[in-house]
Design a protein around this ligand. Structure first.
Ligand SMILES: C[S@@+](CC[C@H](N)C(=O)[O-])C[C@H]1O[C@@H](n2cnc3c(N)ncnc32)[C@H](O)[C@@H]1O
Length: 246
């Protein structure tokens, strides 16, 4: 039987099994770029009109929260949505216990979740796009458009294939040689990390997702980071009177 690697339960299994080593994997394998890209994702978030509550979709171990709370200290609550309880437990027990009063957690498949309409001042997501295929991206775009308040803003980023660029051979070398070596020797053969490489190489970039968000009526800017090795989308849901907003 062919396994559907985009089945949410399959993805959950991958991340539940990797959760204890995910942070090390993410940092080593990206040569530290993931931290920089998380910060840049937050910097790209258009300033929300109010900072009451926002969603961190596919939040994982909450690596973006320090950047969010540093950039926007007035944030009331970050609602983290992730299908993997392992990733969230890891986040709360080891890393973010001191922020617990500002973090709420919804353990669910984000596409099956019932996030309320017009509920969020902002939506962010770092490296959460790659585990979805096209129809799931479309549903995610609709979800973001639905759950943002009018005037609310969003920013999402994902590691991407710098197609047509001299960096591509290096990128492929990294995916096909460096990642398996790190997996084999530093992460003791955790097969699941290879899946993260597969999702990354299948993803491409965020330009099609930008169009899906536009089709949902959002104002969208598509951005490239480090020559397209990461791409992102940021913008707003129109509709609020933004007079006086920064
Ligand atoms: C590569 S990790 C990114 C984690 C974190 N945002 C970061 O910056 O490192 C992707 C996360 O997406 C979550 N995820 C994948 N599919 C999901 C879904 N359908 N619903 C909710 N979370 C999902 C996984 O459990 C995992 O924690």
């Amino acid at each position: 039987m062919v396994q559907d690697i985009y089945d949410p339960q399959f993805v959950k299994g991958v991340f539940d099994r990797c959760s204890d080593r995910y942070i090390a994997f993410s940092t080593w394998c990206s040569l530290g770029f993931t931290e920089r890209w998380r910060r840049q994702c937050v910097e790209a978030l258009p300033p929300p009109a109010s900072m009451g509550m926002g969603y961190d979709l596919m939040a994982g171990t909450g690596e973006v929260w320090p950047h969010l709370l540093k950039h926007y200290p007035a944030i009331g609550t970050i609602v983290a949505v992730d299908i993997s309880s392992g990733m969230h437990q890891r986040a709360m027990t080891r890393l973010h216990a001191h922020r617990a009063h500002r973090i709420e957690f919804i353990e669910d498949d984000v596409l099956a979740s019932n996030l309320p309409d017009d509920s969020a001042d902002f939506v962010v997501s770092t490296f959460g796009l790659k585990t979805f295929e096209t129809s799931q991206h479309r549903r995610l775009a609709a979800l973001i458009a639905r759950c943002l308040k009018p005037g609310g803003s969003f920013s999402l980023i994902e590691a991407s294939d710098p197609k047509g660029w001299w960096l591509r051979p290096l990128y492929l070398f990294h995916l096909k040689v460096v990642l398996p070596l790190v997996e084999r020797f530093l992460l003791q053969g955790a097969q699941d990390f290879a899946m993260i490489g597969t999702y990354s190489s299948n993803f491409g970039n965020a330009s099609a997702f930008a169009d899906m968000l536009r089709n949902e009526g959002l104002e969208v800017e598509y951005r490239k980071f480090f020559f397209g090795c990461a791409t992102g989308v940021c913008g707003r849901k129109p509709g609020a009177d933004r007079q006086g907003a920064p």
